[in-house]
Design a binder for this molecule. Structure first.
Ligand code: AHG
Ligand code: MN
Ligand code: MN
Length: 334
C-alpha cells in the first residue's frame, strides 16, 4: 500500500494582520505603535467597505449638503468614512495627530512628553466619491509620518516631505476590496475575504511594468493643459496609445500599478496648481509607485516625494506610473 505523502501546501495563508506582525518582528526596537495604526486602517476600511456596499440600501448616496475645506461638495459617504477613520484612529495610543482631506484643521489626539514615538496619519477618507452614485470604484488613501515633537504645532509636524513617509497605502472598494500597502520595503496587496472578514495576502513585492502604451487623464480639460501635455497627447495618439480614465484616482492608479501606463492630473484653467492634494493623494501614491519600480513627478525635475509642503491641503500636478511612460510625458514638458 502506498504510504501517504506529507501534505504539500501551495502557498502559506498570510493575513494583513500576520504580515504586519511579521514585518514588525524585523525591528527589535519597534514599539508596536505602527502595527496598531495599520490594524486601525484595516478595521476602518472594512467598515467603509461595508457601508459603500450598502450605500443604496441605507440611502446614504448623494451629497451631504455641505462643502469640505477645498470647497468641494461632500457626499454623505465622505462624511461617514471620515468619521469611521477618526473614531478608529482616535483609539490608538500611537497616533499623535490625524489630518483629513475633509477637515480644515488637523486633530491633535495626544501631545504629552511621553509621546516620543507617535505618528501622524493623513488620509483621503473616500477618493473618487462622485463615482459612488454609479457604482464606480472608490477608495481610501493614507500616509503615515513620524510625529515631530519638536515641531511648534500640529501643522509643523505634518509638513514633512513625502520621502519621510513611514508607510502609505490605499484601499480600493471595487469588484473586490483590495488593500495595497508599503512600509518602505516593496508593495504588497491583500484582498478582503468577505466570508472570513480578513485581508489575505495575494501579491508580495509587486513590480509594475516599466512600459505600457496607455495614458490616464481627464482629456475634457485638454485645451487648458500647459502646451507640453498637449504635445505629449498628440505624440501618444500618433503612437498607438490607449486612453483609460475612471475619474477615481485609486481605481486609475490601481490599474496602472498592475497593467502599466501613466496617470496624469496636469494644471488646468480651473485648478492652476493641479487638482490633487499633495499630502492625502499624491505623496502616498508616489511612494507606492516608486516602491513598485515606477516614477512620480510634479513637474520636470521635481519628484513628488521631494516637494516641501507648505500647507497641509496644498495641491500639486501629478505625473506617475511606469518609468518609461513618465519619461515620455516629462520629455514633452521641457
Ligand atoms: P475626491 O473624491 O477625494 O475629491 O478625489 C477626486 C479626485 C480623484 O479621485 C480623481 O483622480 C480626480 O478627482 C478626478 O477629477 P476630474 O473629475 O476633474 O477628472
Ligand atoms: Mn481624492
Ligand atoms: Mn475624498
Amino acid at each position: 500500500m502506498a504510504v501517504p505523502s506529507a501534505p504539500t501546501f501551495a502557498r502559506p495563508i498570510v493575513t494583513l494582520q500576520s504580515h504586519i506582525l511579521e514585518q514588525e518582528s524585523r525591528f527589535p526596537d519597534a514599539t508596536g505603535a505602527l502595527s496598531w495604526i495599520l490594524s486601525a486602517m484595516s478595521i476602518s476600511t472594512k467598515m467603509i467597505a461595508a457601508r459603500t456596499r450598502r450605500a443604496r440600501l441605507e440611502d446614504v448616496l448623494g451629497v451631504a449638503g455641505a462643502q469640505n475645506v477645498q470647497g468641494e461638495e461632500q457626499q454623505k459617504l465622505d462624511v461617514i468614512a471620515n468619521e469611521i477613520l477618526l473614531r478608529t484612529l482616535g483609539g490608538r495610543e500611537g497616533v499623535a495627530i490625524v489630518a483629513s482631506e475633509e477637515n480644515e484643521e488637523p486633530v491633535i489626539l495626544r501631545d504629552d512628553p511621553n509621546g516620543e514615538r507617535r505618528y501622524c496619519v493623513l488620509f483621503d477618507p473616500l477618493d473618487g466619491s462622485s463615482n459612488l452614485d454609479v457604482c464606480g470604484g472608490v477608495g481610501t488613501i493614507f500616509s503615515i509620518l513620524r510625529h515631530d515633537r519638536r515641531a511648534r504645532d500640529a501643522h509643523d509636524s505634518l509638513l514633512q516631505k513625502g520621502t519621510q513617509q513611514v508607510a502609505a497605502g490605499y484601499v480600493l472598494y471595487g469588484s473586490s476590496t483590495v488593500f495595497v500597502l508599503t512600509v518602505g520595503n516593496g508593495v504588497d496587496m491583500f484582498v478582503l475575504d468577505p466570508e472570513v472578514g480578513a485581508y489575505m495576502l495575494v501579491e508580495h513585492g509587486i513590480r509594475m511594468p516599466a512600459a505600457s502604451k496607455s495614458y490616464s487623464v481627464n482629456e475634457g480639460n485638454r485645451h487648458s493643459f500647459p502646451e507640453g501635455y498637449q504635445r505629449y497627447l498628440d505624440w501618444a495618439q500618433g503612437n498607438g496609445y490607449s486612453s483609460r480614465y475612471i475619474g477615481s484616482m485609486v481605481a486609475d492608479v490601481h490599474r496602472i500599478l498592475f497593467k502599466g501606463g501613466v496617470f496624469m492630473y496636469p494644471p488646468t484653467a480651473k485648478a492652476p496648481k493641479g487638482k490633487l492634494r499633495l499630502m492625502y493623494e499624491a505623496n502616498p501614491m508616489a511612494m507606492l509607485i516608486e516602491q513598485a519600480g515606477g516614477k512620480a513627478f510634479a513637474a520636470p525635475g521635481q519628484r513628488i516625494l521631494d516637494v516641501q509642503p507648505e500647507d497641509i491641503h496644498q495641491r500639486t500636478a501629478v505625473i506617475l506610473g511606469s518609468a518609461d511612460e513618465v519619461d515620455h510625458v516629462v520629455s514633452h514638458l521641457t
